[in-house]
Design a binder for this molecule. Structure first.
Ligand code: PEP
Ligand code: MG
Length: 754
């Protein structure tokens, strides 16, 4: 039953006028409750704002005692209002006082009101407050009235989210939206970053909530739904998609896009007076509020699907772009994303990037490697962070512990600023011993190289005192480009690298794409197991044109230099021989054309596919050097996807099976007198690197930021003590238990910084 004033649409129009009046936030709230009460023929209308301390504060009322405003508060879960905040569901009662949760507040004078209708004020699935109407008479609120009040609550959510309401709650407290939050995840790239949230996929801001013309909005909604369905159908039907996981995901998607309940709710929201985009937001807020409170993984997955659909619809309706424009990246940006590939991260301006927080993502993923290469703090596995942050929020990423602080209180921020300063000071110290030779306490020389992939990385060679570039990931250039880089472009990069760090060796790895490193301009083939699929040298040998072009670029650039080329993912001796034959063909071609050649050419393989371990006797004599790709080798040895955060803690590299396998490689290489290095991420972690020295590695290549800490470890290590200790540890280990703690204790007892 709506009042003579004309139902929800008129109410929305009135409220919209109130929203833009130049009055104080309190006056605005006071006016809003009067309008709502009048329109809904209720004697009472009250707004409760949720504060950061978890209390709901009566912030405006029409009908209850005015003196109670800002005095009456209740906890979430306490009373009917607290119950609504807790469940995020509307509650309509004709006899409120008989409800078991009813709690009597004498100061409000509410005892004379029998019926009660309350709805949560929601934004992004988070409760910001509660909106209530009450009547003296016993009455049943209609579905339509509940809907109307929910729609009105959206306007209040906007007002609260704008920050305006902050001045309304009692001094000294914060509204919940600005509540400091501490979340945690798994560190994937070391560092401490302080800055402001940038959403990788920006949430669409719906500016106009109230419809001018309902018929038109219904048509807009229908057109957008149809367009969205068609785009999903096209994706499913396109030849690019084979059977398999992606297709299943899209099929589920298609199912939701035709879900009657979802569509009905969208239409109803438009009929109640919202614009099409506001309707999408409104329905999605409800779904989030409900699903977020559920713990079943499949329901949370469903929430992701629904979120994606809602996002697609909003993009259709508003025409706003999908990704954050990189141009207006604020200084000290901390990028927050559900998931992200390495290429997307590389597109950000690294001079402004301070950190990365992902809902997915594990330490072995390529986006993690890129984060380390860029030297930014990164944390993966932070569940639902997207729902809790707004662009521009202050945020701290502590990737030394995995802690993320959103909207941190001042003292936390001060403490972290201090921590960041301390780390900078330590980096300064590392820089000081840049020129100190890297030798163990008992005089063994250790070679510390750097992993790179972009020109900007090269400056770090000088800064860190790295002895070489042990791994140059050539695919980064390909991942950044909009089309295949031409041979000249490839050559220019290789030449610049060789010239910039002349005198120090660079090991160029040929294109290692496939798995999670896919090129935007190359048709993505759908494979059941991309990590075991068509990647790296397999693509290179099947598409020799591509590999030959790269080899030619390398040979051109290497003219007059020492050139080292390494092939990734070699699984058989034959693969190496085929790759080598391509190099020889290119050399013959250059000779025929009288071109200058490298004065020294070395060819090597990455040892990262387990089958190669059993061909070391054959491969060693054929290559000039070996480089262990422990990231891939470990994932294949344990059959544990390096990208999968669910299993990333299950096995420890510091365990006998892995250390034995790695020692086996070193021993074979030494027996064949072939240099061997390790360029996986474990080489850059001081404790792991210490274990690698113990089993015989004398050369490691790592991200720039790791060189200082690893060097500090080397300088403090006495191999004569370490080697027998680790040998015994491995020999006595049963099964695959972690040796981490024992190694850490050894380091501690011998004051080795790890
Ligand atoms: C590795 O696999 O250890 C490696 C260094 O290569 P990437 O991480 O690029 O696969
Ligand atoms: Mg690899």
């Amino acid at each position: 039953m709506f009042g003579a004033l004309g139902g929800p649409r008129l109410l929305l129009r009135r409220l919209r006028e109130v929203m833009v009046e130049p009055i104080s936030p309190q006056a605005r709230l006071d006016k809003i409750v009067v309008h709502i009460a009048a329109n809904m023929v209720a004697e009472v209308c009250s707004v409760y704002v949720l504060r950061a301390d978890g209390r709901l504060e009566l912030s405006a009322t029409e009908g209850l005692n005015r003196e109670a405003v800002h005095l009456t508060t209740m906890r979430t879960g306490e009373g009917l209002v607290g119950l609504i905040a807790e469940t995020a569901e509307p509650l309509a009662l004709s006899d409120a006082q008989r409800h078991p949760a009813f709690s009597y507040r004498p100061e409000t004078g509410e005892e004379i009101y029998s019926s009660f209708l309350g709805v949560p004020i929601l934004r992004g699935g988070n409760t910001l407050g509660v909106l209530v109407v009450q009547n003296r008479a016993h009455r049943t609120y209609s579905e339509e009235e509940v809907e109307a009040l929910q729609t009105t609550a959206m306007l209040l959510a906007e007002m609260i989210a704008s920050g305006e309401v902050q001045s309304v709650v009692v001094p000294g407290s914060y509204i919940a939206l600005r509540r400091p939050l501490a979340l945690s995840g798994t560190p994937i790239a070391d560092g401490v970053g302080l800055g402001h949230v940038v959403l990788h996929e920006p949430r669409i801001v719906v500016k106009q909530l109230v419809a001018e013309d309902i018929k038109r909005e219904t048509e807009r909604l229908d057109t957008a739904i149809e367009a969205m369905r068609q785009s999903i159908d096209r994706l499913i039907d396109s030849r690019v998609m084979g059977p398999g996981e992606h297709r299943e995901v899209l099929e589920t998607f298609r199912m939701f896009a035709h879900d009657r309940g979802w569509l009905r709710r969208l239409r109803e929201a438009v009929t109640s007076g919202l614009t099409a985009e506001a309707a999408v937001e409104r329905v999605q807020n409800d779904a989030r509020a409900k699903l977020q409170r559920r713990t079943e993984p499949y329901l949370r997955e469903r929430l992701h699907d629904l979120d994606d659909l809602a996002n697609r619809l909003l993009h259709q309706l508003t025409g706003q772009s999908y990704v954050t424009s990189h141009e207006d990246l604020p200084a000290n940006a901390i990028v927050v994303a559900r998931t992200m590939g390495p290429a997307a991260l590389l597109e950000y301006d690294r001079t402004k990037l301070r950190g990365l927080v992902l809902e997915d993502g594990s330490a072995g993923s390529h986006v993690a490697i890129v984060a380390r290469a860029l030297g930014i703090a990164a944390i993966g596995g932070v569940s639902n962070i997207i729902d809790f942050v707004e662009p521009g929020d202050a945020i701290i990423v502590d990737a030394t512990t995995g802690d993320v602080h959103v909207r941190p209180p001042h003292d936390v921020e001060r403490a972290y600023a201090e921590k960041a300063r301390m780390r900078a000071r330590r980096q300064e110290q590392y820089r000081k011993f840049r020129d100190v030779p890297t030798v163990t306490r008992d005089g063994t020389r250790i070679d510390l190289g750097m992993n790179a992939g972009l020109l900007v990385d090269l400056q770090h060679v000088e800064e860190t005192g790295a002895s070489s570039i042990g791994l140059f990931r050539t695919e980064f250039q390909f991942m950044l480009a909009e089309r295949f880089p031409r041979m000249r472009e490839q050559e220019a990069l290789y030449r610049a690298a060789l010239e910039q760090i002349s005198g120090k060796p660079i090991t160029f790895r040929t294109l290692d794409i496939g798995s999670d490193k896919h090129l935007p301009y190359m048709t993505k083939i759908d494979e059941e197991n991309p990590a075991l699929g068509w990647r790296a040298i397999r693509i290179g040998l099947d598409r020799p044109g591509l590999l030959r072009m790269q080899l030619r670029g390398l040979l051109h650039a290497g003219a007059g230099h020492r050139l080292r080329i390494m092939f990734p993912m070699i699984a058989t001796v034959e693969e190496f021989e085929q790759a080598k034959a391509l190099v020889e063909r290119e050399i013959a071609h250059l000779r025929r054309h009288g071109r200058a050649l490298p004065h020294h050419l070395e060819l090597g393989v990455m040892v990262e596919v387990p089958s190669l371990l059993w061909q070391l006797d054959e491969i060693c004599p054929r290559v000039d050097f070996l480089s262990v790709g422990s990231n891939d080798l470990v994932q294949y040895l344990y059959a544990a996807d390096r990208e999968n955060k669910r299993i990333s803690d299950r096995y420890d590299v510091l365990s006998a099976p892995i250390l034995r396998a790695l020692k086996f490689i070193v021993d074979k290489a030494q027996a064949a007198r072939k240099p061997v290095t390790l360029c996986g991420e474990i080489g850059g972690r001081p404790l792991e690197a210490m274990a690698l020295l113990a089993i015989g590695f004398r050369s490691l290549s790592m991200s720039a930021a790791s060189i200082g800490p690893v060097k500090a470890m080397v300088l403090a290590t006495d191999l004569a003590r370490l080697e027998p200790f680790v040998a015994e540890l491995i020999a006595e280990s049963h099964g695959s238990s972690s040796l981490r703690e024992k190694l850490r204790r050894f380091a501690e007892e011998h004051t080795i910084p790890v």
